[in-house]
Design a protein. Structure first.
Lengths: 232, 285, 350
């Protein structure tokens, strides 16, 4: 479904991400792991069109979307939940969700699916995003992205700042979505969680993909164990 | 005293509508349009020219509003393009400087070519008594239109998809893009609306006092003051601040005098910036 | 490499291209002295014409304004839209002290300079304490300028209102002649250039540059943004006050329109944008060019306003770093292209 080839991107002429290649097949859950500053956020933002790409190809459902602005990429079916969430502070949960499917009117069925998935959002329908806690905001960001019924959902560090219990809940929700057929691409620093959830993964270091493989392979890789799983 | 306050409300409502145009454009991420007053004046003069040419008042007003909208469109598609490519401080700075230049260009051209042109709309009929004070019909019409504008804006922003989309761009541009909203289209819409609103205010103002080619700068200044006090980016803030400052203006002019009144209003804006930069109803950063 | 070194960062509108010449003070004084020498010769041509000398003095006055604005905006990134007002504080302050209160001229000038300096410093301090964004600094200073103008008009008994203030003091001194004041102002210009030049070279100047390019990074490296901005405000405003005060005694007549936003701020913006924001001699170049240009434009009445507006647009759209720096880097990149790939660049990277 998604194939990224020789993709580079950065800021003002300085590439942060160099010649990255990876792919995500339909129905898979793939992770990109790496420490702070590895370039995960830059990669995702450029991939989704929030940032200009320097070179490379991003094939989504067969079309190259590298360089396409975010508002159009989203309409093609790629939902993105950024690390900073980018919610609308003075708008309510209800308003967020109804905007999610822009320009189409919100589909009541989709709305109820999302609210079932995140009961806490349902309780707070009229609450403004600016007044919600970190966990609730994260749920809202995911819910908003789901309203457009994306084929691929890209999440950048969905568990940052969340207490462990909430982080688990987040992945439980993602599991539900996966079983319903959603393809997922996740960037994570909290590697064990991601590893338990995803089928495959890639390791991004200093803007370059070091290696990739199934979760089992990565879990057994000594470098990965040392750097990301805290095993000496 | 009641008369003074009522006058203040009439003025205040117009202040509010005036500020909405400016505050919306600022809400798009720090684009300060210092040529706003000129937008209003151009619209007013277009209407005046229409009336000179024999159009009935209603049609002339329509022409004026159209011209205002077109001004906004032109501004958006030409001068502001390079501004949109910048971010943050640089964007504010460039927008400020470019629109300042534009303000001078338009002001100069108008004063050069049409120095004596002015827009005045006479609303016939005798005075109407409100709370024991005889009010001119022109004032009442102006107020009525202003209120109607605010009510429509309220329903637009709360109740329509497009309105919510506009609010979302103002509150978080990236978030809006992630939902499929095109900032460029929204910006064009807002700029055009801002031009129409500026024209509308010029038209309502002309119902009480003539709007001349030199009014541009003072219109911009008042719009700026109200926008700052109300909160950059907040429509409700513009409404509230407009009323407040309109009343203050009226009371102060009556009891103190015009020069000091302007200083009082300017100080109100300065104080707002110093004490609570986000204004009455803006979101604190 | 030259292209990257002369291009400002994405967030900075006014990245200046400063060639890293040798560090000796000679390198600073030489250009300033050259400019001084060149300008010193001007009266030789113009001294017959009272009008032309008056214009020349006006040009030097605006050079002073432009240098001051350069210190505040070009070097510390504070958009002070009250250049005219601060000069007006100097002028009216000195005039009131000298004429109404009978203070000696020198004392009046010094006190007025201090007043302007303190007020400008206060504006900077407020902006820094409240962490005001550039837009708010611009708005607050604009408000200040408008208030000041209105205050002058409103307090007519004190200030002479719209018709202005005629000064008696100084009417019997050299200040009212043609040639000595020219050299006095030239001295001011050179003094201000040296002060600015020293600032740029000092620890403070290095901090100013870091600050202008990236405030956050500058803060992270320990640069005390706050303090340097306040210094910039104090020094720049003091310069404005001093120039305005001396001008008041020279011209003998001041009015609110002499120091209004449209008369001073807009013109200074254009001068600096043309000459190069952040450069040392840019303001002088801009002042010279536009004093001449303005004389030509006066013929055209209202179109003069249009011309300035158009210039602001053109300059900030296409040549934001100033005509000279842009031409300089164009020339440099052409020179480098002509040299083959084997040679190394002569200048160290920025």
């Amino acid at each position: 479904m998604l194939e990224v080839r020789d993709f580079s991107a950065g800021y003002q002429g300085n590439d942060v991400v160099h010649d990255v290649s990876f792919h995500v097949d339909k129905g898979e859950a793939v992770m990109i792991i790496g420490s702070n500053g590895a370039g995960k956020t830059t990669l995702f933002r450029a991939m989704c069109g929030l940032l200009r790409a320097s070179s490379g190809v991003v094939l989504f459902k067969g079309h190259d979307v590298a360089g396409t602005p975010a508002q159009r990429v989203v309409r093609l079916g790629m939902g993105f939940v950024p690390a900073e969430r980018h919610l609308f502070p003075r708008m309510t949960v209800q308003e967020h969700l109804s905007l999610g499917a822009y320009p189409k009117r919100p589909d009541p069925e989709t709305m109820s699916i999302v609210l079932d998935l995140f009961p806490r959002l349902a309780e707070r329908r009229r609450q403004r995003a600016g007044t919600m806690s970190g966990g609730e905001q994260q749920m809202l960001a995911v819910g908003r992205a789901l309203m457009s019924r994306p084929r691929l959902l890209v999440l950048d560090e969905p568990t940052t700042g969340l207490a462990p219990k909430l982080a688990h809940e987040a992945y439980e929700a993602l599991e539900v979505l996966r079983r319903q057929g959603l393809t997922l691409l996740v960037a994570e620093q909290q590697v064990p969680l991601a590893m338990a959830f995803c089928d495959r993964g890639y390791v991004l270091e200093n803007g370059v993909i070091r290696f990739g493989g199934t979760s089992e392979e990565l879990a057994k890789n000594p470098e990965v164990r040392r750097a990301y799983l805290g095993v000496t | 005293m009641t008369a003074v306050i009522l006058d203040g409300i009439v003025l205040g409502l117009q202040f509010g509508v005036l500020a909405v145009g400016l505050t919306l454009v600022y809400g798009l991420g720090g684009v300060l349009n210092l040529a706003y007053g000129q937008m209003a004046v151009v619209a007013a003069i277009a209407a005046a020219l229409g009336m000179d040419a024999g159009l009935p008042a209603g049609a002339a007003v329509g022409v004026g509003l159209l011209v205002g909208g077109v001004f906004g469109l032109l501004l958006d598609t030409t001068l502001l393009r390079p501004v949109y490519r910048l971010r943050g401080e640089a964007r504010v700075l460039l927008s400020l400087l470019l629109t300042l230049g534009l303000a001078f260009v338009v002001d100069g051209l108008l004063t050069w070519q049409l120095p004596l042109e002015a827009l005045t709309l006479h609303i016939g009929g005798g005075a109407v008594e409100i709370l024991g004070v005889p009010m001119r019909r022109g004032s009442l019409w102006a107020s009525g239109i202003s209120v109607a504008v605010f009510v429509s804006l309220f329903f637009f922003f709360r109740g329509t998809m497009l309105g919510r989309a506009v609010r979302s761009i103002i509150q978080d541009e990236e978030g809006a893009r992630l939902v499929g909203i095109d900032p460029n289209r929204m910006r064009t819409l807002i700029l055009v609306s801002s031009g129409v609103l500026a024209g509308l205010v010029a038209v309502t103002r002309s119902m009480t006092i003539p709007v001349t080619v030199t009014s541009g700068i003072s219109i911009t200044i008042f719009a700026l003051i109200v926008t700052v006090v109300g909160g950059l980016g907040s429509v409700a803030g513009a409404f509230l601040a407009g009323l407040l400052l309109g009343i203050i203006n009226s009371v102060s002019s009556f009891y103190i005098g015009t020069f000091l009144t302007l200083i009082i209003l300017l100080s109100a804006a300065a104080l707002t910036i110093l004490i609570r930069p986000s204004g009455l109803l803006g979101t604190p950063e | 490499m030259t292209a990257r070194f002369t291009r400002g960062t994405g967030t900075s509108l006014v990245g200046g291209s400063e060639r890293r010449s040798s560090r000796s003070l000679l390198a600073l004084f030489l250009p300033v002295a050259a400019v001084g020498a060149a300008l010193a010769l001007v009266p030789l041509w113009l001294s017959d014409s009272r009008l032309m000398m008056g214009l020349a003095i006006g040009g030097l006055l605006f050079a002073c304004y432009a240098i001051a604005f350069n210190v505040v905006f070009g070097s510390t990134g504070q958009l002070f839209l009250s250049t005219g007002a601060l000069a007006g504080i100097g002028a009216y302050g000195a005039a009131l002290l000298g004429d109404r209160l009978g203070f000696p001229i020198v004392v009046s000038v010094v006190l007025a300079t201090l007043a302007a300096s303190l007020i400008g410093g206060l504006l900077s301090w407020i902006a820094v304490r409240r962490s005001l964004d550039v837009i708010f600094i611009g708005i607050v200073t604009l408000i200040f300028a408008l208030s000041f103008e209105n205050l002058l008009l409103g307090l007519g008994d004190l200030t002479g209102g719209e018709s202005g203030f005629s000064l008696e003091s100084g009417s019997d001194t050299f200040l009212r002649e043609q040639i000595p004041p020219y050299y006095l102002f030239l001295g001011l210009v050179l003094l201000f250039l040296i002060v600015h030049g020293l600032l740029r070279r000092s620890h403070i100047g290095w901090a100013f540059r870091a600050l202008r390019d990236d405030k956050v990074a500058a803060e992270l490296t320990g640069v005390n943004v706050a303090r340097y901005r306040i210094y910039g405000g104090l020094i720049g405003s003091g310069m404005l006050g001093m120039a305005g005060a001396i001008y008041a005694f020279n011209e003998g007549r001041i009015s609110p329109s002499t120091f209004s936003f449209g008369e001073v701020d807009v013109v200074v913006l254009v001068m600096l944008a043309f000459g190069g924001i952040g450069t040392l001699l840019g303001p002088v170049l801009g002042a010279v060019v536009f004093t001449v240009f303005d004389e030509v434009l006066v013929e055209f009445g209202q179109l003069r306003v249009v011309a300035y507006g158009a210039l602001i647009i053109v300059l900030f759209l296409w040549i934001p770093r100033g005509v000279i720096p842009t031409m300089g880097s164009l020339w440099q990149s052409r020179r480098l292209r002509r040299e083959s790939a084997g040679s190394s660049p002569t200048d160290p990277p920025h």
